[in-house]
Design a protein around this ligand. Structure first.
Ligand code: C2E
Ligand code: CA
Ligand code: CA
Ligand code: CA
Length: 278
């Protein structure tokens, strides 16, 4: 009952639940891991379908865990995302990405870095100011940063999201609509967003050549993106046949294991040296 629920005993019983305990442990470890710099970024190229040139890479976080090895985002982002800690983690990741961008720029590698924002970051009206500070601190021009936001993140509070994205856009940061097709954003809402790239979700690309519905959806997404003045990226491209089909449909850019998986910095640099086309 309500009275019981408020009692310390009840709260303790709840926290003692194994699931919650492992969650709390994870959050404690994440907090420590930020301070101890255990998070690292891997980079996956975004390849132009028309000329094969790589002008951009997406930063994808990994956790170099002291006992569990290298962990992918699925093992911690969903838990962290349910708490305010995700904003701190996002800012730490932004810091890592801009450190890398600065190092590459001074080596003559001019590549844009895309950083994923969590849905929760779009609750923080302070975000544009924090991004501006981080760019200034690292001496990286805003044009080298892109932020990827998911369609469903935008729809949680559309007006607030638009406010934040507009201010990020005014800084000169590029914006992508990630996982497009998996949320429910209306076309009239998209029209008013300062987003210049639409990323078609991997789930539609997987079976592109075997599934007529997926083909129709991808074709429609490409047309919608272009009609709204955006470039269109296909994610999860694994087969040359999909690459060719996407090119024929007018898709601009592709990402996927066919080209390269997310690579650690020392492996992405030789890749960029060959493909960055400078
Ligand atoms: P996402 O932003 O949609 O990223 C694409 C995911 O697809 C990445 O998984 C990438 O490794 C994977 N992928 C790329 N090409 C292929 C392919 O050809 N085939 C298949 N099967 N998969 C491919 P990853 O790195 O495990 O990231 C998963 C998700 O975790 C991301 O989805 C993103 O939502 C989230 N995430 C990753 N890094 C960050 C981050 O720094 N911050 C936040 N907030 N979320 C992140
Ligand atoms: Ca992404
Ligand atoms: Ca995506
Ligand atoms: Ca996805």
């Amino acid at each position: 009952t309500a009275k019981q629920m408020q009692s310390g005993v009840e709260v303790y019983t709840e926290l003692a639940d194994h699931h919650d305990r492992s969650r709390l442990l994870l959050l404690t470890q994440v907090r420590r891991a930020i301070a101890d710099r255990q998070f690292v970024l891997h980079y996956q190229p975004k390849v132009s379908l028309t000329d094969g040139v790589v002008r951009e890479v997406e930063a994808l976080v990994r956790w170099q865990h002291p006992t569990r090895g290298l962990l992918g985002p699925a093992e911690f982002i969903p838990v962290v995302e349910r708490t305010g800690l995700i904003h701190q983690l996002t800012l730490a990741i932004l810091d890592l990405a801009l450190t890398q961008a600065q190092a590459w720029l001074s080596d003559g590698i001019a590549v844009q870095i895309a950083v994923n924002l969590s849905a929760r970051s779009l609750h923080h009206l302070t975000l544009p100011g924090e991004v501006a500070d981080a760019l200034a601190r690292h001496g990286v021009p805003a044009q080298y940063l892109r932020l990827e936001v998911t369609e469903s993140a935008l729809m949680a509070d559309p007006d607030k999201a638009r406010n934040i994205l507009t201010r990020l856009n005014e800084l000169g940061v590029s914006l992508s609509l990630d996982d497009f097709g998996t949320g429910y954003s209306s076309m009239s809402y998209l029209k008013h967003l300062p987003v210049d790239e639409l990323k078609v979700d991997r789930s539609f690309i997987n079976e592109l050549l075997r599934n007529a519905e997926d083909t129709a959806i991808v074709r429609a997404a490409i047309e919608l993106g272009h009609n709204l003045g955006m470039t269109v990226v296909a994610e999860g491209v694994e087969a040359p046949e999909a690459q060719h089909a996407l090119l024929a449909m007018g898709c601009d850019t592709a990402q996927g294991y066919l080209f390269a998986p997310p690579l650690p910095p020392h492996d992405i640099v030789p890749y960029l040296t060959v493909h960055a086309g400078q």
